[in-house]
Write a protein that binds this ligand. Structure first.
Ligand code: UD1
Length: 386
């Protein structure tokens, strides 16, 4: 594969796909931009975590798959770097686009930067101020390396300014993940069909005033027996008030089994589902009375859908979902979480409003900006070589 001057777009893990799909589409719609080469690092590889989402999001299959798979952070990051370098040698792109905060984001940014290839980071400047989160380290380092940084909320520029990043490198573009949500909302799957597909008895929801949706996968919630047990006990208590639907991430599933906690789930009103496609998940979220999560993206999706979200974390890198949206931080504080659940069953909970530029056009703004930026870069490159 040699497409000199292309735009290399990198994805690695599930939350990258809904961000990259609108970008690939918008770049393709800008005739003045070079063609896209889509690289998948293979950080996520299960069919349920990949192919289904690519199809749902109308993301073309990757041009190159580095097939790194799972490993420790160091090994996974190093493997991505070793396998990504020859891709850049071959393609010699005009820039590399990375999204979000996963290990693939950091690894590919580092390789490109060392080769003097411009890095463009979409979803820059988010900070939880919690350096025990692997994603926080990935965000800080990626932003330091990026030549052009697109943000989803205005507070992100303040975080970047504090870290010494020049304002001319930063653009407020809005939220590309919400581009995907708005594009596909009409096609979202009906929750009843999703439950039936997973073999859940049709009476699971009968006689109830709706359901809640759960997602959990952060190391801080699922990687130690005590944290996971606490989280599962909380879910059991919530399920006494409202039935829960939980598409279980492979990391959480493995640990529930490993720590011998499966019995905690067996008699609770919690429907355990395998990881879902994008349209299934969107349907579940859109119809939920409440969402309990530790995901970053779902805090934003629930804000865009006006569905109350209780985030099982002590902090968030997405403060706009609290200030303007439907999000509330509850950690694993049982008392606080149950008060919030009771309140929102009674009142409907926080409604919020849609943040600025979460309007379905973020990727178009980025494509337009990138075109101008690459033009300028090309002019200065020619000037240097003249
Ligand atoms: C990664 C991201 C996280 C993101 C999450 C979404 C990092 C540091 N973390 O976490 O930010 O929110 O993806 O899912 O990049 N596994 C499978 N099949 C797969 C992928 C993973 O079974 O296709 C299992 C493996 O046991 C693996 C574990 O899940 O060891 C963790 O996968 P990994 O990619 O390391 O991290 P995530 O927890 O998914």
């Amino acid at each position: 594969m040699r497409r000199m001057g292309s735009i290399v777009c990198v994805v690695g893990a599930r939350p990258n796909y809904m961000k990259m799909a609108p970008l690939v589409r918008a770049f393709g719609g800008q005739p003045a931009l070079p063609p896209v080469v889509l690289v998948h690092t293979g950080q996520h590889y299960d069919v349920a975590m990949n192919e289904r989402l690519f199809a749902d999001l109308e993301l073309p299959p990757p041009d190159i798959n580095l097939e790194v798979g799972s490993a420790s952070h160091a090994v996974q990051t190093a493997d991505i770097m070793r396998r990504f370098e020859p891709v850049l040698d071959d393609v010699r792109p005009s820039c590399v686009i990375v999204v979000g905060d996963v290990n693939s984001t950091l690894a590919c940014s580092l390789v490109a930067t060392k080769k003097n290839i411009p890095v463009v980071h979409v979803e820059a400047g988010l900070r939880s101020f919690d350096r025990t989160m692997p994603e926080e380290i990935n965000r800080i380092l990626t932003d330091q390396m990026a030549d052009l940084l697109f943000t989803t909320e205005r507070a992100a520029a303040d975080n970047l300014a504090r870290e010494g990043i020049a304002p001319e490198r930063i653009r407020f573009a809005g939220n590309v993940m919400i581009d995907s949500l708005l594009r596909h909302r009409e096609r979202a799957a009906e929750p009843a069909a999703t439950l039936a597909q997973a073999g859940i008895a049709t009476d699971f929801l009968s006689g109830t005033a709706g359901f809640g949706v759960v997602t959990l996968h952060r190391p801080s919630n699922v990687d130690t027996p005590s944290a996971l047990q606490e989280a599962l006990s909380l879910l059991r208590d919530v399920a006494k008030r409202i039935p829960l639907i939980w598409p279980v991430h492979p990391r959480a599933k493995a640990n529930i089994e490993r720590f011998g906690l499966s019995s905690l789930m067996s008699d609770a009103r919690i429907a355990l589902l395998p990881p879902q496609g994008y349209l299934e998940m969107l349907g579940l979220l859109a119809h939920a009375k409440l969402v309990l999560t530790d995901s970053g993206g779902i805090q934003e999706e629930t804000t865009a859908l006006a569905v109350p979200c209780l985030t099982m974390r002590e902090n968030t890198e997405r403060p706009i979902t609290i200030d303007q949206g439907t999000n509330t931080l509850v950690g694993r504080d049982r008392q606080r979480a149950l008060e919030c659940v009771d309140d929102l069953i009674r009142t409907g909970g926080k409604r919020g409003r849609t943040p600025e530029y979460w309007d379905g056009r973020a990727a178009d703004r980025i494509a337009e900006d990138l075109r101008k930026w690459l033009d300028v870069a090309e002019v200065s490159r020619r000037a240097v070589h003249a």
